[in-house]
Design a protein around this ligand. Structure first.
Ligand code: PHE
Length: 370
């Protein structure tokens, strides 16, 4: 017993004298390891008589636990010492800049859509949506394109496999919508199920035509505006369109011209031109020319009074209600407003292009933090 007490004093002194983690671990191995001193004493138990084995065994187990605890607490003390030393000697440089966070930019199409929502929102229009995959009825028939009429070829269509579940052949014939005018139809039909006009909506979305050159891509975006109410006239269309283009291009005196045109779904129909002049280098400048002889015009959208057949197809009585509609290519408006020369670059996903033409998300012209 006294041997054990002696050993305990000796080992305790060694452990508390250890001043780094390495020497502490060496002590642990020489005491508690496979060939350690306490382990060796344990092995002598076998040769003892039972009474002695019992008392010595118990004492050795207690010693082993005490020494193990002591090593643990010395280890904690050493680690704390080490940390305290680091905390007093090492200094964190909190003046360093944070790493730059990558920041994207807003695509010009999204920017323009947002500006259009602001303008038409202020005029009391609501945003409507419709599917990109349409059927022949919504894209053509309901919009007064007669079957087999050459008007259907005005827009080169991507047709999709026929839907075998659909019994009505015009609804079974699937296609990628060629214009957002199909959303007019969906919206009017839907409204008439539960209420009546006034209907005042705008719609934005992807449209598809089989076409590809400097000024045409197979997928592009359109905006569609529809207003149906009692007593709507061409004067309302002209007023609304003139206010809109002047607000969009931020030019109070932007000349606007209405030119008769044909679309099956309107009567009368008009194309809308805006005025510009050419500078000495041939560059385009939107606005009124000082000398009327220099005034040039470019077409920016199609419009007209909703055809009575279209209203009828949607369950609206054309003797009671009238409406106007117009549709505009969003890319074209964006190119004109922001001086982007080639339509195809919109969809090439070139990050350098986006850095140049994109908009800073934190500096949006329509946000409160102007
Ligand atoms: N849907 C026509 C087009 O894609 C545009 C338009 C819309 C014309 C509404 C008149 C009225 O060209």
């Amino acid at each position: 017993m006294t041997d054990i007490a002696h050993l305990k004093t000796e080992l305790s002194a060694e452990i508390t004298a250890a001043n780094d983690l390495k020497s502490l671990d060496d002590i642990r191995v020489t005491v508690l390891g496979k060939k350690g001193r306490i382990t060796a004493l344990m092995k002598t138990l076998g040769k003892m008589d039972p009474e002695e084995r019992k008392t010595t065994g118990q004492a050795l187990n207690v010693l082993k636990d005490e020494i193990a605890d002591l090593i643990k607490s010395q280890e904690r003390a050493l680690k704390k010492q080490e940390m305290d030393a680091r905390l007093t000697t090492e200094v964190a440089d909190i003046t360093l800049d944070t790493r730059p966070a990558p920041k994207g930019s807003i695509h010009p199409i999204s920017q323009t859509i947002e500006e259009l929502v602001s303008i038409f929102g202020a005029m009391g229009f609501q945003v409507a949506e419709g599917p990109d995959i349409e059927d022949d009825w919504h894209n053509f028939t309901a919009l007064n394109f007669p079957p087999g009429h050459p008007a259907r070829e005005m827009q080169d269509t991507f047709f999709l496999p026929t839907d075998p579940e659909e019994s009505d052949p015009e609804r079974a014939k699937k296609l990628l919508r060629t214009h957002t005018s199909s959303v007019q139809i969906r919206h009017m039909v839907e409204t008439m199920k539960t209420s009546t006009p006034p209907i005042k909506t705008i719609c934005f979305g992807r449209t598809y035509r089989s076409d590809f050159d400097m000024t045409h891509t197979p997928m592009f975006h359109q905006m569609e505006c529809l207003y149906v109410d009692k007593g709507v006239t061409m004067a309302h269309l002209k007023g609304c369109l003139t206010d809109f283009v002047r607000a969009f291009f931020k030019l109070d005196d932007l000349p606007v011209r209405f030119r008769p045109s044909f679309f099956p779904f309107v009567e009368p129909g008009a194309e809308v031109d805006i005025g510009y002049t050419k500078d000495a280098k041939g560059g385009i400048k939107l606005g009124a020319a000082k000398d009327p002889a220099d005034q040039k015009w470019m077409e920016i959208l199609g419009s007209g009074m909703v055809h009575p057949n279209v209203l009828k197809n949607c369950g609206i009585d054309p003797d009671e209600y009238q409406g106007f509609a117009f549709g505009m290519g969003i890319e074209r408006a964006t190119m004109l407003k922001y001086g982007i020369p080639d339509l195809r670059t919109f969809f090439e996903s070139d990050v350098r292009w986006l850095e140049h033409y994109g908009f800073d998300p934190l500096k949006r012209p329509n946000s409160a933090q102007r």
